[in-house]
Design a protein around this ligand. Structure first.
Ligand SMILES: [Zn+2]
Ligand SMILES: [Zn+2]
Length: 112
C-alpha cells in the first residue's frame, strides 16, 4: 500500500543546534514586551520570555476560527481539539512515532 503523504507536516523544522542558537540569541537581545502591547484577547497572562508572549489574536497558528470571539479559548473546538486528554495522548503518540526522537510510544493507550 502506498504510504500516505502529509504535506508540510511539522515543517519548517530546525535542528536542535539551530533552535538552541535561535533561543539564546532571542533571549539575549529581545526585551520582554509590555503585556498590553502583545495581548489583545485579555485572556493571556504575562510569560517569562519574549518568545512565549504570543496572543491568539496575533498568532497565525490557530486551530479554530476566531470570528466573532474575543479569545480562541471561547471556541467550542478548543475543548475538543486542544484540551481533551485523549486527543492530546493520541497526538503525543503520533508525534513520537513520526519523529522517533523522544522515547518510545506506548503500545496501548490506557488511563495510567
Ligand atoms: Zn491574548
Ligand atoms: Zn486569547
Amino acid at each position: 500500500m502506498a504510504e500516505m503523504l502529509h504535506g508540510y507536516n511539522y515543517e519548517p523544522e530546525y535542528t536542535d543546534e539551530e533552535l538552541e542558537l535561535r533561543n539564546s540569541v532571542q533571549a539575549a537581545t529581545a526585551e520582554l514586551p509590555n503585556f498590553s502591547d502583545w495581548c489583545q484577547c485579555s485572556c493571556c497572562r504575562q510569560m517569562p520570555t519574549p518568545g512565549e508572549c504570543v496572543c491568539c489574536r496575533s498568532s497565525d497558528v490557530t486551530v479554530c476560527s476566531l470570528s466573532g470571539l474575543q479569545c480562541i479559548t471561547e471556541n467550542r473546538r478548543m475543548q475538543t481539539v486542544v484540551l481533551n486528554e485523549d486527543v492530546l495522548l493520541v497526538m503525543y503518540v503520533q508525534m513520537i512515532r513520526d519523529t522517533g526522537k523522544h522515547g518510545r510510544a506506548p503500545d496501548m493507550l490506557d488511563d495510567k
